[in-house]
Unconditional design. Structure first.
Length: 158
């Protein structure tokens, strides 16, 4: 009986090791979670009030891009870009939506754009692209994040 008790005690003590699971540390869980997140995509794209009523994500995204492109073209239509640069019909503008809902605009020129006065075009863009309607920033895991995208803006249409 003593041997049976001793063996039973050893089996019991040994089985306790199988029940004890190692709890991952907070740092390990954080690292695992960070690896699973796709940092190239957002949960919700930036939006404006006119596009908020759309429920489909793709339609809302397209609505926002169309709104931004049309608004930029409208603000630049009243300027002399077309007369100052007659060969320039389209310009690409990098739009940055910051987490605090502010916007920045930066013209994107080809590497060989010596034909255009890039500084003058940049200053015209900065002067004209002000007083935009409120833009809601992109959301990633419930947190507003910075997003950037490039829009082709038509300067003159024939």
């Amino acid at each position: 009986m003593k041997r049976f008790s001793a063996i039973l005690l050893l089996v019991f003590l040994q089985s306790c090791q199988y029940l004890g699971k190692e709890v991952p540390s907070e740092q390990e869980l954080l690292e695992k979670s960070m690896k699973e997140i796709n940092w190239q995509e957002v949960d919700e794209y930036p939006s404006v009030s006119d596009c908020e009523k759309l429920t489909d994500e793709a339609q809302r995204k397209q609505c926002f891009f169309d709104f931004m492109q049309a608004t930029i073209e409208q603000k630049l239509a009243v300027d002399t870009l077309a007369t100052l640069f007659p060969k320039l019909d389209t310009i690409e503008v990098k739009v940055t939506v910051l987490p605090n809902a502010s916007l920045t605009f930066e013209p994107q020129f080809p590497k060989d754009s010596v034909a255009y006065d890039t500084i003058k075009i940049d200053s015209i863009l900065r002067a004209r692209l002000v007083d935009f309607p409120k833009v809601n920033p992109a959301i990633k895991r419930g947190i507003p994040v910075k997003t950037q995208f490039v829009l082709p803006v038509i300067i003159k249409s024939e």
